[in-house]
Design a protein around this ligand. Structure first.
Ligand code: 5AD
Ligand code: SF4
Length: 462
C-alpha cells in the first residue's frame, strides 16, 4: 500500500505565483508528498492565491466554501492557503473554518515542515512576513535563494519551457496595486544563481526561458565593481548551450535601461522580439493619479523607439478602466493610445480597489460597475480590430513556433492523417494552431499560416 500523502494543488494569479507553485511542488515531492489531480483523493489541498483584484480573492473564498463542505465528510483533510492573499489576510484567513495553514510568499521555504506539523498535530499556523515592507535580511534572502536553486527545475506545465525569477518584490507603488504590500521590497537575485539555474534547465532539455520580475527591466545587481542589468543577463543567458529562446516580463515603461535591452533583442536571435509593457491608461491625469512615472507621449515614444531598434517587434499591454475619477475624456485618451500603440493584444481590467493601497486610502472608487463594464467592452473592441489587422499580415507566411502541446480540441480536430491539433507560439508570442504529430511538443516547427482570427493564427506544418 502506498503510504505517501497525496496533495492537490490549485494555483491562481500571475506567472510569479505559478513559479512559486512549481517550487513548492518540488519541495513537497522531496518531502514525501505526491500529487493528485482530484480533491477527493487528497490528504492536503493547497491553494496558491492572488490578491490583485477582488474577483481573484472571491474565487478563492468560493473554493474554500466547497472545501468546508468536503471537510464535513473528510475531517482529516488539511487545507493550506499560500500566496498573496495569505500574506495580505494572515490570521484572518486562518479563522475560516476550512483553513488549517496560511503561508505567505516569502515563507514558502518553511512550508513542508509546517504542513507536516499541521497534519500530525492539527496545529493551525500562520506564517506571514510581519513587516513586509522592511528590507529582507541577508539571511531571509539566502533562505529564498536556496529554495529557489534547489527546486527551480520542477516546471513541467509546458514541456521544454521554464520561468526563472530574476527579481522578487516591487518598489514601484502604483497607487492601485497590492503587489508591494504582499511581495515586499524589490530584490534582484545574484546573476550567477540565475545563470546556474538556466544552465540546469538547459541540461534538462529546456529550450525557452522566461525571466520574471514585476519590473524586470529595472533588474540591477552590483558585483565586483560592475553592475549587471537585464541586458547583461539576456546576453549571458543567450550563450548558454541549449537555450534557444529568451523572454522577459513584465517591463515598466521608463526610459532607463531600455535602449540596451532593445539592442540585445535586435542583436541576439535568441531574445524573442516581444515586449509586455503595460500602459494602464492613456490619460496623463490618470497616469499621475496612478503614480505611473510617464506621460502617454513618453510611453508612445518608447514604443516608437522599440520599433525602430527592433523592427517587427510584437508588443502587448495592460489597461485598467474605471480608475478613480476616470472621465469619458480620460477614457477617450486611453482609446486613442491603444489605437496608436498597435498592440498584438492588450489585457484589460476593471479597476478594483485593494485594501491598504494609496488609491484605496486617498481616492474613491467613483466609477459605477456598468460604466467600467462598458469601457472594458469598448476598449477590447478597439484592440480586437487592431489584433485582427496585425494577424492578417501573417497570411501565407511561414512562422517558426515552439510547440506547447495539444490544443483544447486536439482530438476533435484531427487532420486526414490522424494528426491531432497542436498549439504553439511564435517568437512574437502569437498563438498558432495547426495539426501535427504530438511528438512535436517541446520542439520547434515551421508552420505556414493559412487562416487567422484576431488572437490566433491557423496553419499547416511546412
Ligand atoms: N484593479 C484592476 N486591475 C489591476 N491590475 C493591478 N492592480 C489592479 C487593480 N487594483 C492590473 C494591471 C496590471 C495587471 C497585472 O493587473 O493592469 O498590469
Ligand atoms: Fe501575482 Fe500580483 Fe496576483 Fe500576487 S497579487 S499573484 S504578484 S498578480
Amino acid at each position: 500500500m502506498d503510504m505517501m500523502k497525496r496533495i492537490y494543488v490549485q494555483s491562481f494569479g500571475c506567472q510569479m505565483n505559478k513559479l512559486d507553485t512549481a517550487l513548492v511542488v518540488g519541495a513537497l515531492k522531496e518531502a514525501g508528498f505526491r500529487l493528485t489531480d482530484t480533491v477527493k483523493d487528497a490528504d492536503v489541498v493547497l491553494m496558491n492565491t492572488c490578491s490583485v483584484r477582488e474577483h481573484a480573492e472571491q474565487r478563492v473564498f468560493s473554493h474554500l466554501g466547497h472545501l468546508k463542505h468536503i471537510k464535513e465528510s473528510h475531517p482529516d483533510l488539511v487545507v493550506g492557503v499560500i500566496g498573496c492573499m495569505a500574506q495580505r489576510l494572515g490570521d484572518e484567513l486562518l479563522k475560516h473554518e476550512a483553513v488549517n495553514l496560511v503561508c505567505g510568499p516569502a515563507q514558502i521555504p518553511r512550508l513542508s515542515v509546517l504542513l507536516k506539523e499541521a497534519m500530525q498535530g492539527k496545529k493551525a499556523t500562520t506564517a506571514v512576513t510581519e513587516k513586509i515592507r522592511q528590507k529582507p535580511t541577508d539571511e531571509q534572502n539566502q533562505l529564498l535563494e536556496d529554495f529557489e536553486s534547489a527546486y527551480g527545475v520542477e516546471d513541467k506545465q509546458i514541456p521544454n519551457q521554464a520561468f526563472v525569477r530574476v527579481m522578487r518584490g516591487c518598489n514601484n507603488f502604483c497607487t492601485y496595486c497590492i503587489v508591494p504590500y504582499v511581495r515586499g521590497p524589490e530584490v534582484s537575485r545574484p546573476p550567477e544563481a540565475i545563470m546556474e539555474q538556466i544552465k540546469k534547465l538547459a541540461d534538462h532539455g529546456v529550450k525557452q526561458v522566461t525571466l520574471l520580475g514585476q519590473r524586470v527591466n529595472a533588474y540591477q545587481y552590483q558585483q565586483g565593481g560592475r553592475t549587471w542589468s537585464l541586458a547583461d543577463l539576456l546576453d549571458a543567458a543567450s550563450n548558454i548551450k541549449g537555450i534557444e529562446w529568451l523572454r522577459f516580463v513584465t517591463s515598466y515603461p521608463s526610459g532607463e535601461f531600455f535602449n540596451d535591452i532593445l539592442q540585445v533583442m535586435a542583436d541576439s536571435p535568441k531574445v524573442c522580439n516581444y515586449l509586455h509593457i503595460p500602459a494602464q491608461s492613456g490619460s496623463d491625469r490618470i497616469l499621475q493619479a496612478m503614480n505611473r512615472r510617464y506621460s502617454s507621449r513618453e510611453y508612445l515614444d518608447l514604443l516608437g523607439r522599440a520599433r525602430e531598434i527592433v523592427p517587427g517587434i510584437s508588443i502587448a499591454g495592460d489597461f485598467i478602466v474605471g480608475f478613480s475619477g476616470e472621465t469619458e475624456e480620460d477614457f477617450e485618451a486611453t482609446i486613442d493610445l491603444v489605437r496608436k500603440a498597435r498592440y498584438k493584444n492588450a489585457f484589460i481590467f476593471k479597476y478594483s480597489p485593494r485594501p491598504g493601497t494609496t488609491a484605496d486610502k486617498r481616492l474613491q472608487d467613483t466609477i459605477p460597475g456598468d460604466v467600467k463594464q462598458r469601457r472594458n467592452v469598448e476598449l477590447l473592441a478597439v484592440q480586437e480590430k487592431i489584433s485582427d489587422e496585425l494577424s492578417r499580415d501573417f497570411l501565407g507566411k511561414e512562422v517558426n513556433v515552439l510547440v506547447e502541446g495539444l490544443s483544447k480540441k486536439s482530438h476533435v480536430n484531427m487532420d486526414q492523417n490522424d494528426n491531432p491539433q497542436l498549439i504553439g507560439r511564435t517568437s512574437g508570442d502569437w498563438i498558432v494552431v495547426f495539426n501535427g504529430p504530438e511528438s512535436l511538443t517541446g520542439q520547434f516547427a515551421q508552420v505556414k499560416i493559412t487562416a487567422v482570427s484576431p488572437l490566433t493564427l491557423f496553419g499547416q506544418l511546412g
